[in-house]
Design a protein around this ligand. Structure first.
Ligand code: ZN
Ligand code: ZN
Length: 363
């Protein structure tokens, strides 16, 4: 009986309420319209708030602020800047805002990483205003990650220059990179500080520790600083037709030199004269003056006695050449002209002949 009357009631109800377009559809449409109105009102209120709040913010430029999207440029330095575009989805604020990052200067890999973090972060703000929260989030990320200006250089160093035995530590807060690179029994531990307006200003180098001969360490440091300087200062003699000078990032050239050319190379280098390893095999082994290392202009290493003997032997025309690379040898300790070397050689030969004659005479 109960079943029967329930059936009748339902049939009556359906006749009354579901004639023509269904009640359900009407209801849904009404809810959707109300929600869309709510959404538009919510966004309009938020846009007003954004315009007010952005006005006094340093380094933030509001480019677009319309119901479709909000776009702003966050600029810390000429290099550290990006454009953040936020688009309101159809169920905003009940679903996360859609963000998009662009930068002409920061690396794509860094932006991809930041994009993923942003996509996660905006989920936290569902049901609430999201634009300014996302802006503060990205702004703080740039502030906290001081090394983001050289993220692609760091990636290259890790991938191409360092091996498993080496170490690299990133200090985002102090904008420093600490690297310990080794080869055989030799190591070099150094610190690079990335200045605020990098790459306009060169990276700062400090050698923390090492076990190379002191003379080489001085050389490493001076040469690395010189490479960094060349990245940010125009050459003294400008060639006509050269494009205007643009400062270049100096972190990678310094690392390529210190790691690639020095640490990974010198412990394996052999003297071009005697073909033995130039550096002692067990540092910090004391060596005699003859076996001490001399570094010539081209960068090749020699034993002191090997180089001394080579520099005194002809041919001298056009200067003595490095047998390893063919470049002319320049060295503080052997700063004589080919003519003088020739004259000295002739003088020594004459003396040796005289001595031989004396010996013959005495025999
Ligand atoms: Zn030698
Ligand atoms: Zn050479």
């Amino acid at each position: 009986m109960l079943c029967f009357s329930l059936c009748l009631f339902l049939r009556k109800f359906n006749r009354q309420h579901y004639n023509g377009s269904s009640m359900k559809d009407k209801l849904l449409r009404r809810i959707t319209i109300t929600m869309a109105k709510d959404r538009d009102k919510f966004i309009a209120d938020e846009l007003k708030e954004i315009r007010n709040q952005c006005e006094g913010l340093e380094g933030i430029q509001l480019v677009t602020c319309v119901p479709d999207a909000v776009a702003m440029i966050i600029k810390k330095t000429d290099f550290k800047q990006l454009k953040l575009r936020l688009m309101f989805p159809s169920h905003y604020p009940n679903e996360p805002i859609i963000s998009e990052l662009n930068s002409k200067t920061l690396s794509e890999k860094l932006l991809d990483g930041l994009q993923k973090v942003c996509d996660d972060e905006c989920k936290k703000f569902i049901g609430n205003v999201q634009v300014m929260k996302m802006l503060h989030f990205v702004n703080k990320f740039l502030e906290d990650h001081k090394l983001c200006v050289c993220s692609s250089e760091i990636a290259y160093v890790k991938k191409e220059l360092l091996k498993d035995c080496d170490e690299v530590k990133l200090r985002q807060k102090t904008s420093q990179i600490i690297i310990k690179a080794q080869q055989e029994k030799y190591f070099l531990n150094f610190k690079l500080t990335i200045p605020e307006d990098y790459p306009k200003t060169q990276v700062q180098l400090e050698i923390i520790d090492h076990n190379f001969p002191e003379l080489l360490k001085v050389n490493f440091e001076a040469q690395a600083v010189e490479y960094a300087r060349q990245c940010v200062q125009p050459p003294l003699r400008k060639k006509p037709g050269d494009p205007p000078f643009q400062p270049k990032p100096s972190m990678l050239p310094v690392c390529k030199y210190l790691i690639g050319e020095c640490v990974k190379n010198y412990p394996l280098q052999k003297c071009p004269m005697c073909f033995c390893y130039v550096l002692p095999q067990n540092p910090p082994e004391e060596v005699s003056k003859e076996k001490q290392v001399e570094r010539v202009y081209c960068g090749h290493l020699y034993h002191h006695s090997c180089l001394a003997a080579y520099m005194k032997k002809p041919p001298f025309i056009g200067g003595k050449k490095c047998p390893a690379c063919g470049k002319r040898i320049f060295h503080e300790k052997w700063k004589i002209t080919p003519e003088l070397a020739e004259a000295r050689w002739a003088h020594k030969q004459a003396r040796d002949r005289e001595l031989e004659e004396v010996k013959d005479f005495m025999a």
